[in-house]
Ligand binder design. Structure first.
Ligand code: XAN
Length: 448
């Protein structure tokens, strides 16, 4: 569409209908009969009342006849943000959930991850996980890959090719690995991390960035953690790791790092807690540790499926929010068996209800709050909320077009429902059959 009004952005397309998103002030803002315009850079150019269509069309230079109308049971919501997912583990998702974390890592995870030296295998699994997550509405994913630099670069390329916004981490681990062919020395870990970062930045993928990835304190020497903290700082990069997931892990970290005040302090003293850090789990963090998260601007990724599947623990989300720590949701495939963020939403609600069963005083999370965690919260946890997370003008259009009444879908509607009920039904009952289109930075990436 041409713009008759001079130098403002050119509008690529305009949708009319219901838009549901979260803001800092409210977990659920429902905008009914509104119009949203996306410019040729993929950014939201305007959002306003359909009653003002004529004036919007004049201001932004598009023809009202080209506006695309959503159907009765359709709405747009922001894309889902998976703040923690292990791409290689997708190869055994849905299996191997019969033992606790540390045994699970040694028996299943490390042997499988060691296979990603093979680029053909990596190509197959990484294409599957990127397609599956996109199909299920994950517009932004924060991935752990493996220790292999070339396969990690391949994951970044595949995310870029399919148009998914992604943070991709080459995993670093220089100690405590029982698997023969899945180890790196301190020097290799540093050198390969630098090579990974340099090569990935050099590709200039618009939506994919490297993330510095020490696996967790049990897999890394203090020396390596300090070096990775410095690498992240010098390149202004994101950092991801795991923290306080399982009781045995917390105990071993205490034994391995006796001179530190807490697990969080171990990361903090190695310069790994910044406002671009996301730590998965955090089930056993003390209030003092949460205060340190708040102070440094580091965030948490809540991974309830994994926490339950590996019998790790239950995160007290209410307490995290009370401490004003940034929080998003993660699938944590394959500790979590589902790659769908809708599952993460449901497991978050379930966990919150179990906490209420245990303590009736516990303030159960609402579906509106969990919707915010899965979208805006995730973008804040990844420090990407200047680009994505809701429908603010100027942000990229990362969005799901949802049809709750999709033919052959899983939801039966008895009557016309209001948008809030429709969203609730989608979050609790919906699946990829209800996700008609997925947009990332204005580009339609699903259907493929
Ligand atoms: N800690 C971990 N936790 C988890 O859920 N999955 C992993 O792969 C992992 N590595 C360290």
């Amino acid at each position: 569409m041409a713009n008759s009004n001079g130098p403002t952005t050119e509008i690529n397309y305009v949708y009319r209908g219901t838009f549901i998103h979260s803001t800092q002030q409210t977990p659920l803002q429902i905008l009914e009969d509104e119009v949203l315009g996306v410019d040729t850079d993929g950014k939201i150019a305007f959002i306003g009342k359909a009653a003002e269509l004529d004036s919007l069309s004049q201001t932004f230079g598009f023809s009202p006849s080209e506006v695309i109308q959503l159907a009765q049971h359709e709405f747009f919501m922001p894309g889902l943000v998976d703040t923690h997912i292990h791409a290689p583990q997708y190869s055994y998702a849905g299996t191997a959930l019969d033992m606790p974390l540390l045994e699970w890592l040694n028996k299943y995870t490390f042997p499988v991850e060691s296979r990603f030296k093979d680029l053909e295998f990596a190509q197959q699994v990484y294409s599957q996980v990127v397609k599956r997550t996109l199909r299920n509405g994950t517009t932004t994913a924060c991935y752990f890959a493996t220790i292999h630099t070339d396969a990690s670069l391949l994951l970044a390329q595949i995310a870029n090719d399919f148009g998914q916004r992604a943070l991709v981490g080459k995993v670093c681990m220089d100690r405590n690995n029982s698997v023969k062919h899945y180890k790196e020395t301190n020097q290799e870990s540093q050198d390969e991390t630098c090579r990974f970062i340099a090569e990935l930045l050099n590709k200039k993928y618009p939506l994919v960035r490297p993330v510095v990835t020490p696996r967790f304190a049990l897999s890394c020497t203090g020396a390596l953690m300090g070096q990775l903290g410095a690498i992240a700082k010098n390149n202004n990069l994101h950092i991801q790791s795991h923290i306080s997931e399982n009781v045995e892990e917390v105990k071993l970290v205490k034994e391995l790092f006796p001179e530190y005040k807490s697990y969080t302090d171990v990361y903090h003293k190695h310069n790994l807690l910044t406002d671009k850090t996301v730590m998965a789990h955090g089930c056993y963090l003390s209030d003092e540790e949460l205060a340190l998260f708040r102070q440094t601007g580091a965030s948490l990724s809540h991974c309830p499926n994994s926490n339950i599947s590996l019998c790790s623990g239950m995160l007290n989300v209410r307490n995290v929010l009370k401490h004003n720590v940034k929080l998003g949701l993660g699938t944590d495939v394959a500790g979590g068996y589902s790659a769908s963020m809708l599952d993460a939403v449901r497991r978050t609600l379930d966990t919150s209800k179990v906490l209420t069963i245990q303590d009736p005083e516990y303030d159960t999370l609402t579906f509106e709050e969990v919707f915010r965690l899965a979208t805006l919260g995730g973008s804040q946890a990844l420090s990407l909320d200047d680009r994505t997370g809701n429908f603010e003008v100027g942000k990229d259009f990362d969005a799901l077009r949802v049809n709750v009444a999709a033919a052959d879908g899983p939801i039966d509607l008895i009557k016309i429902e209001e948008p809030k009920i429709i969203l609730e039904k989608f979050l609790n009952l919906g699946d990829d059959r209800n996700i008609v289109e997925v947009f990332v930075a204005g580009r339609k990436v699903v259907p493929f």
